[in-house]
Design a protein around this ligand. Structure first.
Ligand SMILES: [Fe+2]
Length: 309
């Protein structure tokens, strides 16, 4: 669980998730404070607050972390707390994406911080986050889906030992990947019955529409644009919108596709029963023509190793 504390309350034995410096001069993340040099380095930053993980280190009152060695039923209070956090993140994302669709300015620092906070929820309470994001109201579907994909992408990126900067960018990419859906008329996007060919075409155009929108923000890293445009591609070239084949699909794009499809398959939808995580992973694993098997296996191990509470 993440807790923000004033910088001068940092102590040896605390586990730092991030030091939020306005001028970004302290890049180190996710480490145990062991030495006086660690303390001095943190105190010397321009940050006022530090995020600590009290599951992995001392809490603000110096109490030892509680080991998560045994699997037990999730605490309902914790479930509700995660539900609230996820719901607030989805609302904030709705506001941010709405600004972008309206042509407003891009707050990269704010998006990065939101992705990082969301990653903290997912790394700390993976199973609960999976459960609470499965169920989405019609209004929050795209936002909750995007936060869930972002969370899983960061878990997967860390598991693949990508550096923290790349992981952070992928978190932002997950939040923005479906922004093109906001450009689809809601009567098509939420149509309960069968879609016409023309409506299907509109929906399948959302990666390209999102890409064109994001391209107007040159400060966005190119991988964010790639993931927006290519997350529905398949390794055998049968995906859309470009029909690219595996050699043209980068590791971050493949990673995003696996997280996106996993999230969709395990979501509760009015027209289908949600699949379990195992069913979704098995289904993707059985389709190596579409999905990168290494990513599927890695996602499976990330979720299997996740603490239940
Ligand atoms: Fe999509």
């Amino acid at each position: 669980m993440l807790v923000k504390i004033a910088k001068d309350r940092i102590r040896k034995g605390m586990y730092v998730e991030s030091v939020a410096c306005p001028s970004r001069e302290f890049a180190r993340r996710r480490f145990l404070v062991k030495t006086d040099a660690d303390l001095t380095a943190i105190l010397a930053t321009s940050a006022t607050e530090v995020s600590i993980n009290i599951r992995l280190g001392l809490d603000p009152d110096g109490r030892q972390p509680q080991a998560a060695t045994t699997r037990r039923a999730a605490d309902p209070v914790r479930v509700e707390a995660v539900r609230q956090e996820v719901s607030q993140s989805a609302k904030a994302l709705k506001a941010s994406l709405g600004d972008l669709v309206a042509g407003g300015s891009l707050d990269m620092t704010g998006l990065s911080q939101a992705a990082e906070d969301n990653a903290g929820i997912w790394s700390d309470s993976t199973v609960i986050a999976l459960e609470v994001t499965r169920l989405k109201s019609k209004d929050e579907t795209t936002y909750m889906h995007s936060m869930a994909v972002s969370g899983m992408m960061t878990l997967l990126a860390r598991s693949l030992e990508m550096d923290e900067e790349t992981t952070g960018i992928l978190g932002v990419a997950g939040m923005l990947h479906d922004i093109g859906k906001l450009l689809i008329p809601s009567e098509i996007l939420t149509k309960p019955g069968k879609l016409t060919e023309a409506e299907r075409h509109v929906i399948r155009n959302h990666p390209e529409a999102g890409y064109r929108l994001l391209k107007t923000y040159p400060e966005l890293p190119s991988v964010v644009l790639d993931i927006c445009r290519l997350h529905h591609e398949a390794l055998d070239g049968s995906g859309y919108p470009l029909g690219l084949k595996q050699n043209d699909l980068s590791v971050p794009v493949r990673l995003s596709t696996v997280c996106d499809v996993f999230e969709a398959l395990t979501s509760v939808r009015p027209y289908k029963r949600p699949w379990s995580s195992t069913q979704a992973l098995d289904w993707m694993f059985a389709r190596p023509q579409f999905f990168d098997r290494k990513m599927v296996i890695r996602l499976g191990s990330v979720l299997a190793d996740a603490p239940l509470h």
